[in-house]
Design a protein. Structure first.
Lengths: 300, 341
Protein backbone atom coordinates (compact mmCIF):
# COMPACT_ATOMS: atom_id res chain seq x y z
CA UNK A 1 0.00 0.00 0.00
CA UNK A 2 2.85 2.32 0.92
CA UNK A 3 4.43 1.92 -2.51
CA UNK A 4 1.09 2.32 -4.27
CA UNK A 5 0.28 5.66 -2.62
CA UNK A 6 3.77 6.88 -3.36
CA UNK A 7 3.31 6.00 -7.02
CA UNK A 8 -0.03 7.82 -7.19
CA UNK A 9 1.52 10.81 -5.45
CA UNK A 10 4.44 10.99 -7.88
CA UNK A 11 2.05 10.52 -10.79
CA UNK A 12 0.14 13.67 -9.83
CA UNK A 13 3.31 15.67 -9.18
CA UNK A 14 4.79 14.42 -12.44
CA UNK A 15 1.76 15.35 -14.52
CA UNK A 16 1.72 18.83 -13.03
CA UNK A 17 5.45 19.38 -13.62
CA UNK A 18 5.13 17.79 -17.04
CA UNK A 19 2.38 20.26 -17.88
CA UNK A 20 4.79 23.14 -17.29
CA UNK A 21 7.46 21.42 -19.39
CA UNK A 22 4.89 20.88 -22.12
CA UNK A 23 4.04 24.60 -22.16
CA UNK A 24 7.69 25.51 -22.64
CA UNK A 25 8.30 22.67 -25.09
CA UNK A 26 5.49 23.98 -27.29
CA UNK A 27 7.46 27.19 -27.80
CA UNK A 28 10.57 25.26 -28.82
CA UNK A 29 8.72 22.98 -31.16
CA UNK A 30 6.72 25.71 -32.91
CA UNK A 31 9.79 27.90 -33.42
CA UNK A 32 11.86 24.93 -34.61
CA UNK A 33 9.07 23.83 -36.91
CA UNK A 34 8.97 27.20 -38.61
CA UNK A 35 12.53 28.58 -38.68
CA UNK A 36 14.58 25.44 -37.82
CA UNK A 37 16.19 27.23 -34.89
CA UNK A 38 16.74 25.86 -31.39
CA UNK A 39 15.79 28.97 -29.49
CA UNK A 40 18.20 28.74 -26.59
CA UNK A 41 16.80 31.92 -25.09
CA UNK A 42 13.36 30.33 -24.65
CA UNK A 43 14.07 29.17 -21.09
CA UNK A 44 15.18 32.68 -20.19
CA UNK A 45 11.85 34.06 -21.36
CA UNK A 46 10.31 31.84 -18.69
CA UNK A 47 12.67 33.53 -16.22
CA UNK A 48 11.53 36.99 -17.32
CA UNK A 49 7.89 35.97 -17.00
CA UNK A 50 8.61 34.61 -13.53
CA UNK A 51 10.28 37.86 -12.40
CA UNK A 52 7.48 40.05 -13.80
CA UNK A 53 4.86 38.07 -11.92
CA UNK A 54 7.07 38.00 -8.82
CA UNK A 55 7.18 41.81 -8.74
CA UNK A 56 3.40 42.05 -9.10
CA UNK A 57 2.75 39.41 -6.45
CA UNK A 58 5.19 40.87 -3.91
CA UNK A 59 3.81 44.39 -4.44
CA UNK A 60 0.10 43.61 -4.33
CA UNK A 61 0.03 40.37 -2.34
CA UNK A 62 -1.92 37.28 -3.31
CA UNK A 63 -5.45 38.21 -4.33
CA UNK A 64 -7.36 36.81 -7.29
CA UNK A 65 -6.94 40.17 -9.05
CA UNK A 66 -3.21 40.42 -8.43
CA UNK A 67 -2.78 36.83 -9.61
CA UNK A 68 -4.63 37.69 -12.82
CA UNK A 69 -2.55 40.85 -13.22
CA UNK A 70 0.69 38.90 -12.62
CA UNK A 71 -0.35 36.34 -15.18
CA UNK A 72 -1.25 39.01 -17.73
CA UNK A 73 1.91 41.04 -17.21
CA UNK A 74 4.10 37.93 -17.44
CA UNK A 75 2.44 36.88 -20.69
CA UNK A 76 2.49 40.36 -22.28
CA UNK A 77 6.08 41.03 -21.17
CA UNK A 78 7.26 37.69 -22.51
CA UNK A 79 5.51 38.25 -25.83
CA UNK A 80 7.09 41.69 -26.27
CA UNK A 81 10.52 40.30 -25.37
CA UNK A 82 10.23 37.20 -27.56
CA UNK A 83 9.02 39.10 -30.60
CA UNK A 84 11.67 41.80 -30.28
CA UNK A 85 14.45 39.22 -29.90
CA UNK A 86 13.26 37.54 -33.06
CA UNK A 87 13.06 40.81 -34.98
CA UNK A 88 16.48 42.12 -33.92
CA UNK A 89 18.66 39.03 -33.50
CA UNK A 90 17.21 36.10 -35.43
CA UNK A 91 15.63 37.77 -38.46
CA UNK A 92 18.93 38.99 -39.97
CA UNK A 93 20.18 35.39 -39.82
CA UNK A 94 17.20 33.63 -41.31
CA UNK A 95 19.11 32.62 -44.43
CA UNK A 96 22.46 32.10 -42.69
CA UNK A 97 23.75 28.61 -41.81
CA UNK A 98 21.78 27.08 -38.95
CA UNK A 99 24.87 26.84 -36.74
CA UNK A 100 25.22 30.64 -36.87
CA UNK A 101 21.63 31.13 -35.74
CA UNK A 102 22.19 28.61 -32.94
CA UNK A 103 25.29 30.47 -31.73
CA UNK A 104 23.31 33.74 -31.82
CA UNK A 105 20.61 32.15 -29.70
CA UNK A 106 23.23 31.06 -27.15
CA UNK A 107 24.53 34.65 -27.08
CA UNK A 108 21.04 36.06 -26.56
CA UNK A 109 20.49 33.58 -23.77
CA UNK A 110 23.70 34.57 -21.97
CA UNK A 111 22.80 38.26 -22.23
CA UNK A 112 19.29 37.64 -20.88
CA UNK A 113 20.64 35.59 -17.98
CA UNK A 114 23.30 38.08 -16.93
CA UNK A 115 22.02 41.54 -17.81
CA UNK A 116 19.37 41.52 -15.03
CA UNK A 117 22.09 40.62 -12.52
CA UNK A 118 23.79 43.95 -13.25
CA UNK A 119 20.84 45.96 -11.96
CA UNK A 120 20.33 46.28 -8.22
CA UNK A 121 16.57 45.72 -8.25
CA UNK A 122 17.09 42.16 -9.53
CA UNK A 123 20.70 41.33 -8.68
CA UNK A 124 22.36 37.97 -8.42
CA UNK A 125 20.88 36.75 -5.12
CA UNK A 126 18.16 34.16 -4.86
CA UNK A 127 14.72 35.52 -4.11
CA UNK A 128 12.01 33.57 -2.40
CA UNK A 129 8.33 33.99 -3.02
CA UNK A 130 6.18 32.95 -0.09
CA UNK A 131 3.17 31.40 -1.70
CA UNK A 132 0.21 31.07 0.67
CA UNK A 133 -1.72 27.81 0.54
CA UNK A 134 -4.90 28.88 -1.18
CA UNK A 135 -6.94 25.80 -0.36
CA UNK A 136 -6.81 22.92 2.06
CA UNK A 137 -4.86 19.91 0.85
CA UNK A 138 -7.19 17.37 -0.65
CA UNK A 139 -6.79 13.84 0.71
CA UNK A 140 -8.06 10.62 -0.78
CA UNK A 141 -7.23 7.92 1.69
CA UNK A 142 -3.48 8.17 2.01
CA UNK A 143 -2.92 10.24 -1.12
CA UNK A 144 -2.51 13.97 -0.53
CA UNK A 145 -3.06 16.34 -3.41
CA UNK A 146 -1.56 19.80 -3.11
CA UNK A 147 -4.12 22.10 -4.78
CA UNK A 148 -1.51 24.19 -6.62
CA UNK A 149 -0.40 21.07 -8.50
CA UNK A 150 -3.97 20.46 -9.59
CA UNK A 151 -4.46 24.12 -10.58
CA UNK A 152 -1.23 23.99 -12.58
CA UNK A 153 -2.40 20.92 -14.44
CA UNK A 154 -5.79 22.47 -15.23
CA UNK A 155 -4.29 25.77 -16.38
CA UNK A 156 -1.76 24.03 -18.63
CA UNK A 157 -4.49 21.86 -20.17
CA UNK A 158 -6.65 24.94 -20.86
CA UNK A 159 -3.72 26.80 -22.43
CA UNK A 160 -2.84 23.82 -24.61
CA UNK A 161 -6.46 23.56 -25.72
CA UNK A 162 -6.41 27.25 -26.66
CA UNK A 163 -3.20 26.77 -28.60
CA UNK A 164 -4.66 23.87 -30.58
CA UNK A 165 -7.71 26.01 -31.41
CA UNK A 166 -5.47 28.86 -32.60
CA UNK A 167 -3.15 26.69 -34.67
CA UNK A 168 -5.88 24.54 -36.21
CA UNK A 169 -8.71 26.99 -36.77
CA UNK A 170 -7.45 30.59 -36.99
CA UNK A 171 -6.11 32.22 -40.11
CA UNK A 172 -2.77 32.98 -38.48
CA UNK A 173 -2.54 29.37 -37.37
CA UNK A 174 -3.13 28.23 -40.93
CA UNK A 175 -0.37 30.62 -42.07
CA UNK A 176 1.93 29.13 -39.43
CA UNK A 177 1.36 25.62 -40.68
CA UNK A 178 1.88 26.74 -44.27
CA UNK A 179 5.15 28.56 -43.52
CA UNK A 180 6.50 25.64 -41.53
CA UNK A 181 5.69 23.32 -44.42
CA UNK A 182 7.37 25.45 -47.08
CA UNK A 183 8.54 28.97 -46.38
CA UNK A 184 9.27 29.93 -49.98
CA UNK A 185 6.02 28.63 -51.40
CA UNK A 186 3.91 30.29 -48.72
CA UNK A 187 5.63 33.61 -49.40
CA UNK A 188 4.64 33.17 -53.05
CA UNK A 189 1.05 32.53 -51.96
CA UNK A 190 0.97 35.96 -50.33
CA UNK A 191 1.56 34.93 -46.73
CA UNK A 192 3.72 37.44 -44.87
CA UNK A 193 6.52 35.21 -43.60
CA UNK A 194 7.91 37.83 -41.21
CA UNK A 195 4.53 38.41 -39.60
CA UNK A 196 3.91 34.69 -39.29
CA UNK A 197 7.30 34.05 -37.68
CA UNK A 198 6.65 36.93 -35.26
CA UNK A 199 3.26 35.42 -34.47
CA UNK A 200 4.90 32.06 -33.77
CA UNK A 201 7.42 33.64 -31.41
CA UNK A 202 4.57 35.56 -29.73
CA UNK A 203 2.59 32.35 -29.13
CA UNK A 204 5.64 30.47 -27.86
CA UNK A 205 6.74 33.31 -25.59
CA UNK A 206 3.23 33.72 -24.18
CA UNK A 207 3.24 30.06 -23.18
CA UNK A 208 6.74 30.40 -21.69
CA UNK A 209 5.64 33.47 -19.69
CA UNK A 210 2.58 31.60 -18.40
CA UNK A 211 4.85 28.66 -17.64
CA UNK A 212 7.08 31.01 -15.65
CA UNK A 213 4.19 32.06 -13.39
CA UNK A 214 3.15 28.46 -12.81
CA UNK A 215 6.77 27.46 -12.22
CA UNK A 216 7.35 29.94 -9.38
CA UNK A 217 3.98 29.09 -7.82
CA UNK A 218 5.24 25.48 -7.64
CA UNK A 219 8.93 26.15 -6.96
CA UNK A 220 8.94 29.58 -5.33
CA UNK A 221 12.62 30.45 -5.71
CA UNK A 222 13.94 32.86 -8.33
CA UNK A 223 17.29 33.80 -9.78
CA UNK A 224 18.26 34.83 -13.26
CA UNK A 225 19.60 31.37 -14.15
CA UNK A 226 16.35 29.67 -13.17
CA UNK A 227 15.23 29.33 -16.80
CA UNK A 228 18.17 27.21 -17.94
CA UNK A 229 17.22 23.81 -16.53
CA UNK A 230 13.46 23.93 -17.25
CA UNK A 231 14.37 25.27 -20.69
CA UNK A 232 16.76 22.40 -21.41
CA UNK A 233 14.35 19.82 -20.04
CA UNK A 234 11.52 21.24 -22.11
CA UNK A 235 13.77 21.08 -25.14
CA UNK A 236 14.39 17.42 -24.42
CA UNK A 237 10.62 17.02 -24.12
CA UNK A 238 10.17 18.62 -27.54
CA UNK A 239 12.74 16.27 -29.09
CA UNK A 240 11.23 13.29 -27.31
CA UNK A 241 7.78 14.05 -28.68
CA UNK A 242 9.13 14.81 -32.14
CA UNK A 243 10.37 18.32 -32.74
CA UNK A 244 8.00 20.34 -34.89
CA UNK A 245 4.98 18.38 -33.66
CA UNK A 246 2.59 20.19 -31.31
CA UNK A 247 0.89 17.09 -29.79
CA UNK A 248 4.38 15.60 -29.56
CA UNK A 249 5.56 18.45 -27.33
CA UNK A 250 2.60 17.89 -25.02
CA UNK A 251 3.20 14.14 -24.75
CA UNK A 252 6.96 14.64 -24.42
CA UNK A 253 6.49 17.22 -21.66
CA UNK A 254 4.24 14.93 -19.63
CA UNK A 255 6.59 11.95 -20.04
CA UNK A 256 9.56 14.05 -18.98
CA UNK A 257 7.73 15.43 -15.94
CA UNK A 258 6.86 11.89 -14.88
CA UNK A 259 10.42 10.67 -15.48
CA UNK A 260 11.75 13.48 -13.36
CA UNK A 261 9.41 13.09 -10.39
CA UNK A 262 9.85 9.32 -10.38
CA UNK A 263 13.64 9.74 -10.41
CA UNK A 264 13.37 12.20 -7.54
CA UNK A 265 10.93 10.02 -5.63
CA UNK A 266 12.57 6.65 -6.04
CA UNK A 267 16.28 7.23 -6.79
CA UNK A 268 17.80 10.62 -6.06
CA UNK A 269 16.95 14.21 -6.90
CA UNK A 270 20.58 14.82 -7.85
CA UNK A 271 20.33 12.49 -10.80
CA UNK A 272 17.34 14.06 -12.58
CA UNK A 273 19.62 16.03 -14.91
CA UNK A 274 21.53 12.90 -15.88
CA UNK A 275 18.29 10.94 -16.43
CA UNK A 276 16.80 13.70 -18.59
CA UNK A 277 19.86 13.98 -20.82
CA UNK A 278 20.17 10.20 -20.88
CA UNK A 279 16.63 10.05 -22.30
CA UNK A 280 17.61 12.65 -24.90
CA UNK A 281 20.68 10.71 -26.00
CA UNK A 282 18.75 7.44 -26.20
CA UNK A 283 15.91 8.93 -28.22
CA UNK A 284 18.31 10.63 -30.61
CA UNK A 285 20.21 7.38 -31.10
CA UNK A 286 17.23 5.14 -31.74
CA UNK A 287 14.43 7.36 -33.05
CA UNK A 288 15.70 10.87 -33.84
CA UNK A 289 12.34 11.94 -35.20
CA UNK A 290 10.75 11.44 -31.76
CA UNK A 291 7.51 9.72 -30.76
CA UNK A 292 5.10 11.69 -32.93
CA UNK A 293 7.53 13.37 -35.31
CA UNK A 294 7.59 12.88 -39.04
CA UNK A 295 10.84 11.78 -40.59
CA UNK A 296 11.70 14.01 -43.50
CA UNK A 297 14.24 12.79 -46.00
CA UNK A 298 16.94 15.19 -46.97
CA UNK A 299 16.97 16.24 -50.58
CA UNK A 300 20.32 16.67 -52.26
CA UNK B 1 58.77 21.29 -47.92
CA UNK B 2 56.45 24.16 -47.04
CA UNK B 3 55.19 22.26 -44.04
CA UNK B 4 58.74 21.61 -42.96
CA UNK B 5 59.63 25.28 -43.32
CA UNK B 6 56.47 26.27 -41.46
CA UNK B 7 57.31 23.89 -38.71
CA UNK B 8 60.91 25.03 -38.45
CA UNK B 9 59.80 28.64 -38.25
CA UNK B 10 57.21 27.76 -35.64
CA UNK B 11 59.84 25.98 -33.59
CA UNK B 12 62.34 28.85 -33.89
CA UNK B 13 59.73 31.48 -33.08
CA UNK B 14 58.24 29.42 -30.28
CA UNK B 15 61.68 28.72 -28.86
CA UNK B 16 62.58 32.39 -29.08
CA UNK B 17 59.36 33.48 -27.38
CA UNK B 18 59.86 30.81 -24.74
CA UNK B 19 63.43 32.01 -24.08
CA UNK B 20 62.35 35.66 -23.82
CA UNK B 21 59.54 34.78 -21.42
CA UNK B 22 61.91 32.64 -19.34
CA UNK B 23 64.32 35.56 -19.02
CA UNK B 24 61.42 37.84 -18.04
CA UNK B 25 60.31 35.34 -15.40
CA UNK B 26 63.75 34.71 -13.94
CA UNK B 27 64.47 38.44 -13.69
CA UNK B 28 61.11 38.93 -12.01
CA UNK B 29 59.76 41.42 -14.57
CA UNK B 30 56.87 39.03 -15.24
CA UNK B 31 55.28 38.63 -11.81
CA UNK B 32 53.50 35.58 -10.50
CA UNK B 33 50.04 36.92 -11.26
CA UNK B 34 50.81 37.70 -14.93
CA UNK B 35 52.35 34.27 -15.21
CA UNK B 36 49.16 32.71 -13.91
CA UNK B 37 47.07 34.55 -16.49
CA UNK B 38 49.55 33.54 -19.20
CA UNK B 39 49.19 29.87 -18.21
CA UNK B 40 45.39 30.21 -18.15
CA UNK B 41 45.53 31.74 -21.62
CA UNK B 42 47.64 28.80 -22.80
CA UNK B 43 45.13 26.26 -21.47
CA UNK B 44 42.21 28.21 -22.94
CA UNK B 45 43.98 28.23 -26.30
CA UNK B 46 44.46 24.46 -26.15
CA UNK B 47 40.78 23.79 -25.48
CA UNK B 48 39.72 26.35 -28.08
CA UNK B 49 42.03 24.74 -30.66
CA UNK B 50 40.51 21.35 -29.92
CA UNK B 51 37.03 22.84 -30.31
CA UNK B 52 38.07 24.53 -33.54
CA UNK B 53 39.22 21.18 -34.90
CA UNK B 54 35.79 19.58 -34.48
CA UNK B 55 33.59 22.68 -34.95
CA UNK B 56 35.60 24.99 -37.20
CA UNK B 57 37.32 22.48 -39.48
CA UNK B 58 34.94 19.53 -39.35
CA UNK B 59 31.80 21.66 -39.01
CA UNK B 60 30.29 19.76 -36.07
CA UNK B 61 29.34 22.22 -33.33
CA UNK B 62 30.16 20.80 -29.89
CA UNK B 63 28.90 22.51 -26.73
CA UNK B 64 30.37 20.24 -24.06
CA UNK B 65 34.10 20.85 -24.08
CA UNK B 66 34.06 21.98 -20.46
CA UNK B 67 33.06 18.37 -19.74
CA UNK B 68 36.17 17.04 -21.50
CA UNK B 69 38.27 19.59 -19.65
CA UNK B 70 36.72 18.36 -16.40
CA UNK B 71 37.36 14.68 -17.17
CA UNK B 72 41.02 15.41 -17.99
CA UNK B 73 41.48 17.54 -14.89
CA UNK B 74 39.75 15.15 -12.48
CA UNK B 75 41.48 12.06 -13.89
CA UNK B 76 44.88 13.66 -13.51
CA UNK B 77 44.00 15.05 -10.10
CA UNK B 78 42.89 11.63 -8.85
CA UNK B 79 45.98 9.96 -10.35
CA UNK B 80 48.26 12.53 -8.73
CA UNK B 81 46.58 12.05 -5.37
CA UNK B 82 47.26 8.32 -5.80
CA UNK B 83 50.98 9.20 -6.11
CA UNK B 84 51.26 8.49 -9.82
CA UNK B 85 54.27 10.37 -11.27
CA UNK B 86 53.36 13.69 -12.89
CA UNK B 87 54.11 12.91 -16.58
CA UNK B 88 52.19 9.63 -16.38
CA UNK B 89 49.26 11.29 -14.63
CA UNK B 90 49.03 13.99 -17.30
CA UNK B 91 49.24 11.47 -20.12
CA UNK B 92 46.70 9.29 -18.33
CA UNK B 93 44.24 12.18 -17.96
CA UNK B 94 44.49 13.02 -21.66
CA UNK B 95 44.14 9.39 -22.74
CA UNK B 96 41.12 8.75 -20.50
CA UNK B 97 39.43 11.81 -22.00
CA UNK B 98 40.26 10.64 -25.52
CA UNK B 99 38.72 7.25 -24.76
CA UNK B 100 35.62 8.95 -23.41
CA UNK B 101 35.45 11.14 -26.51
CA UNK B 102 35.62 8.03 -28.68
CA UNK B 103 32.86 6.32 -26.70
CA UNK B 104 30.61 9.39 -26.81
CA UNK B 105 31.40 10.18 -30.41
CA UNK B 106 30.40 6.71 -31.53
CA UNK B 107 26.65 7.22 -31.01
CA UNK B 108 26.58 11.04 -31.02
CA UNK B 109 28.29 11.69 -34.33
CA UNK B 110 25.51 9.97 -36.24
CA UNK B 111 23.55 13.13 -35.51
CA UNK B 112 23.83 16.26 -37.53
CA UNK B 113 24.16 19.96 -36.82
CA UNK B 114 22.13 21.29 -33.96
CA UNK B 115 21.21 17.85 -32.60
CA UNK B 116 24.87 17.08 -32.08
CA UNK B 117 25.27 20.43 -30.33
CA UNK B 118 22.50 19.55 -27.90
CA UNK B 119 23.80 16.04 -27.25
CA UNK B 120 27.30 17.31 -26.50
CA UNK B 121 25.74 19.91 -24.21
CA UNK B 122 23.85 17.08 -22.50
CA UNK B 123 27.00 14.99 -22.16
CA UNK B 124 28.79 17.95 -20.58
CA UNK B 125 25.98 18.31 -18.05
CA UNK B 126 25.91 14.57 -17.31
CA UNK B 127 29.66 14.63 -16.65
CA UNK B 128 29.19 17.51 -14.21
CA UNK B 129 26.30 15.77 -12.44
CA UNK B 130 28.30 12.54 -12.19
CA UNK B 131 31.29 14.40 -10.73
CA UNK B 132 29.01 15.90 -8.08
CA UNK B 133 27.50 12.50 -7.28
CA UNK B 134 30.68 10.40 -7.24
CA UNK B 135 31.75 12.01 -3.99
CA UNK B 136 34.14 9.25 -2.89
CA UNK B 137 36.21 9.58 -6.03
CA UNK B 138 35.86 13.25 -6.95
CA UNK B 139 35.16 15.00 -3.69
CA UNK B 140 31.60 15.73 -4.82
CA UNK B 141 30.27 19.28 -4.76
CA UNK B 142 32.96 20.50 -2.38
CA UNK B 143 35.68 19.60 -4.87
CA UNK B 144 38.98 17.78 -5.09
CA UNK B 145 41.53 19.39 -2.79
CA UNK B 146 45.30 19.38 -2.25
CA UNK B 147 46.28 18.07 -5.67
CA UNK B 148 50.11 17.91 -5.81
CA UNK B 149 51.48 20.71 -7.97
CA UNK B 150 54.22 20.88 -10.60
CA UNK B 151 56.71 21.94 -7.96
CA UNK B 152 56.98 20.77 -4.35
CA UNK B 153 57.42 24.37 -3.28
CA UNK B 154 54.05 26.09 -3.80
CA UNK B 155 55.80 29.45 -4.29
CA UNK B 156 57.34 28.36 -7.58
CA UNK B 157 54.37 26.34 -8.85
CA UNK B 158 53.37 28.93 -11.46
CA UNK B 159 56.81 29.14 -13.14
CA UNK B 160 56.99 25.33 -13.06
CA UNK B 161 53.52 25.10 -14.60
CA UNK B 162 54.62 27.51 -17.30
CA UNK B 163 57.52 25.22 -18.21
CA UNK B 164 54.96 22.47 -18.90
CA UNK B 165 52.08 24.42 -20.39
CA UNK B 166 53.94 26.60 -22.87
CA UNK B 167 55.64 23.71 -24.74
CA UNK B 168 52.35 21.77 -24.60
CA UNK B 169 50.54 24.63 -26.35
CA UNK B 170 53.18 24.61 -29.08
CA UNK B 171 52.94 20.86 -29.51
CA UNK B 172 49.15 21.12 -29.81
CA UNK B 173 49.40 23.94 -32.36
CA UNK B 174 51.85 21.85 -34.38
CA UNK B 175 49.65 18.75 -34.07
CA UNK B 176 46.47 20.50 -35.21
CA UNK B 177 48.25 22.46 -37.95
CA UNK B 178 49.80 19.29 -39.37
CA UNK B 179 46.55 17.36 -39.05
CA UNK B 180 44.52 19.87 -41.03
CA UNK B 181 47.17 20.12 -43.73
CA UNK B 182 47.27 16.36 -44.20
CA UNK B 183 44.93 14.40 -46.45
CA UNK B 184 42.80 13.57 -43.41
CA UNK B 185 42.57 17.29 -42.73
CA UNK B 186 41.35 17.96 -46.24
CA UNK B 187 38.77 15.24 -45.74
CA UNK B 188 37.58 16.95 -42.55
CA UNK B 189 37.25 20.28 -44.34
CA UNK B 190 35.34 18.61 -47.16
CA UNK B 191 32.87 17.25 -44.57
CA UNK B 192 32.34 20.78 -43.29
CA UNK B 193 31.79 22.16 -46.77
CA UNK B 194 29.35 19.51 -47.99
CA UNK B 195 28.75 16.23 -46.26
CA UNK B 196 26.89 14.57 -49.11
CA UNK B 197 29.37 15.60 -51.80
CA UNK B 198 32.26 14.51 -49.63
CA UNK B 199 30.66 11.12 -49.07
CA UNK B 200 30.16 10.80 -52.80
CA UNK B 201 33.90 11.42 -53.24
CA UNK B 202 34.60 8.42 -51.03
CA UNK B 203 35.37 10.09 -47.72
CA UNK B 204 34.53 7.87 -44.76
CA UNK B 205 32.45 10.57 -43.08
CA UNK B 206 31.70 8.79 -39.83
CA UNK B 207 35.25 7.57 -39.35
CA UNK B 208 36.70 11.00 -40.06
CA UNK B 209 34.30 12.74 -37.71
CA UNK B 210 35.08 10.18 -35.01
CA UNK B 211 38.81 10.71 -35.50
CA UNK B 212 38.39 14.48 -35.29
CA UNK B 213 36.19 14.20 -32.20
CA UNK B 214 38.60 11.82 -30.44
CA UNK B 215 41.63 14.00 -31.15
CA UNK B 216 39.60 17.00 -29.99
CA UNK B 217 38.74 15.21 -26.75
CA UNK B 218 42.38 14.23 -26.30
CA UNK B 219 43.58 17.83 -26.58
CA UNK B 220 40.84 19.18 -24.31
CA UNK B 221 41.66 16.40 -21.84
CA UNK B 222 45.36 17.30 -22.04
CA UNK B 223 44.48 20.89 -21.20
CA UNK B 224 42.47 19.64 -18.23
CA UNK B 225 45.32 17.35 -17.19
CA UNK B 226 47.74 20.28 -17.21
CA UNK B 227 45.19 22.42 -15.37
CA UNK B 228 44.83 20.13 -12.33
CA UNK B 229 48.37 20.44 -10.91
CA UNK B 230 48.48 24.10 -12.00
CA UNK B 231 45.44 25.13 -9.94
CA UNK B 232 45.61 22.45 -7.21
CA UNK B 233 41.88 22.49 -6.49
CA UNK B 234 39.01 21.33 -8.71
CA UNK B 235 35.32 22.10 -8.18
CA UNK B 236 32.52 20.91 -10.48
CA UNK B 237 31.04 24.43 -10.66
CA UNK B 238 33.95 25.58 -12.81
CA UNK B 239 33.09 23.18 -15.63
CA UNK B 240 29.55 24.25 -16.45
CA UNK B 241 27.85 25.16 -19.69
CA UNK B 242 29.08 28.76 -19.53
CA UNK B 243 32.65 27.47 -19.58
CA UNK B 244 31.90 25.49 -22.73
CA UNK B 245 30.37 28.58 -24.27
CA UNK B 246 33.47 30.60 -23.41
CA UNK B 247 35.51 28.29 -25.67
CA UNK B 248 32.89 28.63 -28.40
CA UNK B 249 33.25 32.41 -28.12
CA UNK B 250 37.03 32.18 -28.54
CA UNK B 251 36.64 30.01 -31.64
CA UNK B 252 33.89 32.14 -33.17
CA UNK B 253 35.72 35.41 -32.49
CA UNK B 254 39.00 34.14 -33.91
CA UNK B 255 37.29 32.58 -36.89
CA UNK B 256 35.96 29.04 -37.23
CA UNK B 257 38.67 27.33 -39.20
CA UNK B 258 41.58 29.60 -38.30
CA UNK B 259 44.28 28.41 -35.89
CA UNK B 260 46.04 31.75 -35.57
CA UNK B 261 42.65 33.41 -35.06
CA UNK B 262 41.94 31.05 -32.18
CA UNK B 263 45.33 31.79 -30.61
CA UNK B 264 44.83 35.56 -30.88
CA UNK B 265 41.26 35.44 -29.59
CA UNK B 266 42.27 33.03 -26.82
CA UNK B 267 44.93 35.38 -25.48
CA UNK B 268 42.74 38.47 -25.95
CA UNK B 269 39.61 37.07 -24.31
CA UNK B 270 41.52 35.53 -21.38
CA UNK B 271 43.07 38.91 -20.60
CA UNK B 272 39.74 40.70 -21.14
CA UNK B 273 37.95 38.31 -18.80
CA UNK B 274 40.65 38.73 -16.19
CA UNK B 275 40.61 42.52 -16.48
CA UNK B 276 36.83 42.62 -16.16
CA UNK B 277 36.93 40.23 -13.19
CA UNK B 278 39.54 42.18 -11.23
CA UNK B 279 38.14 45.63 -11.98
CA UNK B 280 34.41 44.92 -11.67
CA UNK B 281 34.29 45.59 -7.90
CA UNK B 282 36.09 48.92 -8.29
CA UNK B 283 33.76 50.05 -11.05
CA UNK B 284 30.72 49.11 -9.00
CA UNK B 285 32.06 51.19 -6.12
CA UNK B 286 32.88 54.09 -8.45
CA UNK B 287 29.31 54.13 -9.75
CA UNK B 288 27.98 53.91 -6.21
CA UNK B 289 30.05 56.88 -5.06
CA UNK B 290 29.04 58.85 -8.15
CA UNK B 291 25.28 58.51 -7.69
CA UNK B 292 25.13 57.83 -3.96
CA UNK B 293 23.94 54.53 -2.59
CA UNK B 294 20.44 53.84 -3.82
CA UNK B 295 18.29 51.80 -1.45
CA UNK B 296 18.38 48.70 -3.64
CA UNK B 297 22.19 48.62 -3.76
CA UNK B 298 24.40 49.56 -6.65
CA UNK B 299 24.99 48.49 -10.21
CA UNK B 300 26.96 45.25 -10.20
CA UNK B 301 29.65 45.01 -12.87
CA UNK B 302 30.64 41.42 -12.10
CA UNK B 303 28.06 39.80 -14.43
CA UNK B 304 28.89 42.45 -17.04
CA UNK B 305 31.67 40.30 -18.54
CA UNK B 306 29.15 37.55 -19.33
CA UNK B 307 26.79 40.13 -20.83
CA UNK B 308 29.65 41.39 -22.95
CA UNK B 309 30.60 37.89 -24.12
CA UNK B 310 26.98 37.09 -25.03
CA UNK B 311 26.72 40.36 -26.92
CA UNK B 312 29.99 39.59 -28.77
CA UNK B 313 28.44 36.34 -30.02
CA UNK B 314 25.25 38.00 -31.24
CA UNK B 315 26.96 40.97 -32.89
CA UNK B 316 29.60 38.77 -34.55
CA UNK B 317 27.02 36.39 -35.97
CA UNK B 318 24.93 39.21 -37.41
CA UNK B 319 27.69 41.46 -38.75
CA UNK B 320 30.79 39.30 -39.16
CA UNK B 321 29.94 35.60 -38.90
CA UNK B 322 33.41 34.59 -40.10
CA UNK B 323 35.05 36.12 -37.02
CA UNK B 324 38.29 38.09 -37.03
CA UNK B 325 40.25 35.96 -39.47
CA UNK B 326 37.60 33.79 -41.12
CA UNK B 327 39.33 30.63 -42.30
CA UNK B 328 42.53 32.51 -43.12
CA UNK B 329 45.76 32.10 -41.23
CA UNK B 330 48.46 34.56 -40.37
CA UNK B 331 51.22 32.57 -42.03
CA UNK B 332 54.70 32.89 -40.70
CA UNK B 333 56.27 31.95 -44.04
CA UNK B 334 54.23 34.61 -45.81
CA UNK B 335 55.26 37.18 -43.25
CA UNK B 336 58.91 36.38 -43.84
CA UNK B 337 58.85 36.07 -47.62
CA UNK B 338 57.10 39.45 -47.76
CA UNK B 339 59.87 40.89 -45.62
CA UNK B 340 62.49 39.42 -47.96
CA UNK B 341 61.08 41.08 -51.09
Amino acid sequence: MELFTQIIQQLINGLSLGGIYALIALGYTMVYGIVKLINFAHGDILMVGAYLSYFVLTTFGFTPWSLAAAFLLAVVGSVVLGVSIEATCYRPLRNAPRINALITAIGVSIVLENLPRVFPFIGSDYRNLSVPSFFENITFGEVTIIPIKLITLVVTLVLMGLLILIVDYSKSGKAMRAVSYDMGASALMGISVNRTVSFTFALGSALAGAGGVLYILNFPQLDTYMGIMPGLKAFVAAVLGGIGSIPGAMVGGLILGLAETFTTGFISSDLTGAVVFGILILILMFKPSGILGVHRKEKV
Amino acid sequence: MRILRNFALLAVLGGGLFAVLLVLISTGILDDYSLQILCTAGLNIMVALSLNLISGFTGQLALGHAGFLAVGAYSTGILLLAHVPLPLAILGGALITALLGFLIGFPALRLRGDYLAIVTLGVGEIIRVLIINLGDLTGGASGLRNIPGYAHNIMVNNPAAFLWIFPAVFLVVALVANLIQSSQGRALISIREDEVASQAMGVNIFGMKLMSFTVSAFIAGLAGALYAPFIGYLAPGGFDFLRSVFFVIIVVLGGMGSLTGTILAGVGLTFLQEALRTNAKDWSQAVASLFGNSPGGTIDFVPMSQVLFGAILVVLMIFRPEGLLGSKELRLTKLFSRGAK
